[in-house]
Design a protein around this ligand. Structure first.
Ligand code: ADP
Ligand code: MG
Length: 326
């Protein structure tokens, strides 16, 4: 018996709903337009895609390949992860093998998509640059990275650079509703808001949180979203800060216990969320600035390995002192 595809519920929704065509990509409008023009001309330069995770870098590269090569895109598109492979020599070997075989389509080049190019050392990047030159006649490279500044200048200057941005709220909202309709899940406005809050413009994060919550119940609630994402609700974090600012140390500490236990948050998660809530507090700007400064200091201590519990409580104590100075 031939094995069936796994039931659709087993496929990660990030893959199931990954746009296949350029015109199905949400946001990144100017980039998509340029890709459509390249596809039409059937001519593509080497490219560098930079930007935060989950905003469509791989998706756009795949959609471009679909657009150029149609059904047989797999013959002409190779995806590699620079940090997965054991060194640049493996990468070069694979590239050589791939570039050597002829392209079967009417497009005279193949595409090599190299993810996490910024994870390569500069020596490895130099080797990569020579490889790019060696196969320039019949391959195009799309390098993907989080920080273009970590890619050496000689590579940057050979590539058209595209900067992907965190997705706008509307784009994330539209995508989530699109999935919600297909999966027949009930997605209320406050749940969408929660998804936007936890994902910070990262579509992968938003979709994964949605799928995680939907595995528990088809009625998606804001609370369910915060739970699966290990994020406290913004309200709870704000309340904790307000209690501390008011001088209620024990109350603030109790809130801290609650959010850490309920949501399984790490100390760093808590501090990050405190930081995000500062702007929404009704306190003088001067106090906000001092708060940012304190959080910066205690976050640094955590990163350096200090005891999480003690540092969090010490931070609450500092916030209390700031509150009493007002
Ligand atoms: N602009 C976008 N439009 C629609 N879906 C997107 C977009 N960006 C990301 N996604 C979704 O998030 C997942 C991860 O996106 P991907 O392109 O792999 O991110 P990265 O920028 O890290 O390469 C995709 O499978 C897709 O479902
Ligand atoms: Mg990617």
């Amino acid at each position: 018996m031939v094995e069936d595809d796994p039931p659709s519920s087993d496929i990660p929704w990030t893959e199931k709903y990954r746009p296949k065509k350029l015109n199905q990509v949400f946001g990144q409008k100017e980039i998509v337009e340029r890709m459509e023009a390249y596809a039409k001309r059937r001519d593509v330069p080497h490219m560098l895609f930079s930007g935060p995770p989950g905003v469509g870098k791989t998706t756009v590269a795949l959609a471009l390949a679909h657009e150029l090569y149609g059904e047989r895109w797999r013959d002409a598109f190779m995806e590699m992860n620079a940090s997965d492979e054991r060194g640049i020599d493996v990468v070069r070997g694979k590239i050589k093998d791939f570039a050597r075989t002829l392209s079967l389509s009417d497009v005279p080049f193949k595409i090599i998509f190299l993810d996490e190019a910024d994870a390569l050392t500069s020596d490895a990047q130099n080797a990569l640059r020579r490889t790019m030159e060696m196969f320039a006649s019949n391959t195009r490279f799309i390098l993907s990275c989080n920080y273009s500044s970590k890619v050496i200048e000689p590579i940057q200057s050979r590539c058209a650079v595209f900067r992907f941005k965190p997705l706008m709220e509307q784009d994330v909202t539209d995508m989530l509703h699109h999935i919600g309709r297909h999966e027949k899940i009930e997605l209320k406005d406050d749940a969408v808001k929660a998804l936007i809050y936890v994902s910070e413009g990262d579509m992968r994060k938003a979709i994964n949180a949605l799928q995680g919550a939907a595995a528990v119940s088809k009625h998606i609630t804001a609370e369910g979203i915060f739970k699966v994402s290990s994020r406290a609700t913004p309200d709870e974090v704000r309340q904790m800060l307000e209690l501390a600012l008011k001088g209620d140390f024990l109350g603030a500490r109790e809130k801290l216990d609650n959010v850490m236990l309920n949501y399984g948050m790490s100390g760093e998660d808590v501090m990050l969320q405190m930081y995000r809530e500062i702007t929404s507090l009704s306190i003088p700007d001067r106090t906000k600035v001092a708060l940012v400064d304190r959080i910066g200091e205690y976050n640094f201590r955590l990163v350096e390995g200090a005891n999480e519990r003690i540092q969090l409580e010490a931070l609450l104590a500092q916030i209390m002192l700031l509150g009493s100075e007002r």
